[in-house]
Design a protein around this ligand. Structure first.
Ligand SMILES: [Mg+2]
Length: 319
């Protein structure tokens, strides 16, 4: 057996066995059963060593994160995750590394009820690509294009923890013993807001996940919806761990420009606001209203209480 066949074997059982997979890993292509009355949502994310992760990262965490970031895009569309494909490029085969990576990937696929149905293995600089597929009831996907003037802007969870986690692993900040585990967990093991994303299908006018910081990502909704936004920075939810670990300015910088939180930002029309808290309370994920949609197309205004707030966004630029 060649080493790349060994790799294929590592991944042959990854994730939950789903009844809608007719042929999974091992043939020229996978065969899956699509559901009547549903649309298929497809998304791709690539992670490159030295760009998206450090060479010494725990391979189990890497496997987790690769699945979670892809599933997070499905969550942002209101989709139910179903299948994953994996393209893996490796400089060399290290059994222990590969085993731990495959376990992380498999556990997380399992957690989101996904099955790995195929992929490809090649030799080269370490690069990992997942294509995730999921279902939404026909015509019900939540897009970035539906925000309307007057809608309220919400985010899930807290923002900025992952950015602090990145600074922590780079030894740029000190984090007290009490908060270390939480911050590292948020950086290495992000949670995709899958159940909540599906609940938003009947409530949200637009949604996306926050991978490049609120100030980097919210403009995508504004541009696609041809609207503007006013956001009150004093309403941005931040964890106690973040607030205790740095001054307010630095914490806000993490929350607005730091990447990889994988929380959702979404907009809700006035007439849906009443049902929002009731419908979302079973999911146990706090939500915060941070602002409103305005008519100034493409313009993101920040304020602090009633005062204008000036802020230079320095989010991650891919190119
Ligand atoms: Mg996204």
């Amino acid at each position: 057996m060649g080493e790349f066949e060994l790799i294929a074997q590592c991944f042959s059982q990854a994730g939950r066995s789903r009844t809608d997979v007719v042929i999974g890993v091992g043939d020229d292509g996978a065969v899956v059963q699509v559901r009547d009355g549903f649309d298929l949502v497809v998304t791709t994310d690539t992670m490159v060593e030295g760009v998206h992760f450090f060479p010494d990262v725990d391979p189990r965490a890497l496997g987790h994160k690769l699945v979670a970031v892809n599933v997070s895009d499905l969550a942002a569309m209101g989709a139910e995750p179903a299948w994953l494909s994996l393209a893996i490029t490796l400089p060399k085969v290290e059994d222990a590394w590969l085993q731990a990576f495959a376990e992380g990937l498999s556990e997380t696929a399992d957690y989101y009820n996904c099955q790995l149905i195929g992929g490809d293995t090649t030799r080269g600089p370490l690069t990992l690509t997942v294509i995730a597929k999921g279902f939404v009831p026909r015509g019900k996907a939540i897009t970035r294009a539906g925000a309307k003037v007057g809608d309220y802007i919400y985010v899930t969870g807290t923002l900025g923890d992952a950015a602090l986690g990145l600074k922590l692993v780079q030894n740029q900040v000190e984090v007290s013993k009490k908060h270390r585990a939480h911050i590292l967990q948020r950086f290495h093991y992000p949670t995709a807001r899958v159940a909540l994303g599906q609940a938003l299908r009947t409530i949200a006018s637009s949604a996306m996940d926050i991978s490049d910081g609120l100030c980097g990502d919210l403009p995508h909704i504004l541009n696609r919806s041809k609207v503007g936004a006013i956001v009150d920075v004093s309403k941005i939810p931040m964890s106690q761990a973040l607030k205790d670990s740095c001054d307010w300015q630095s914490a806000l910088q993490c929350a607005l420009s730091g990447g990889e939180d994988y929380e959702l930002v979404f907009t809700v029309p006035e007439n849906k606001r009443g049902s929002l808290e009731v419908l979302l309370s079973p999911y146990g994920v706090p939500i915060s209203c941070i602002g409103r949609i305005t008519g100034l197309a493409g313009k993101l205004e920040l304020k602090q209480g009633d005062q204008p707030f000036t802020y230079q966004h320095s989010g991650y630029q891919h190119f």
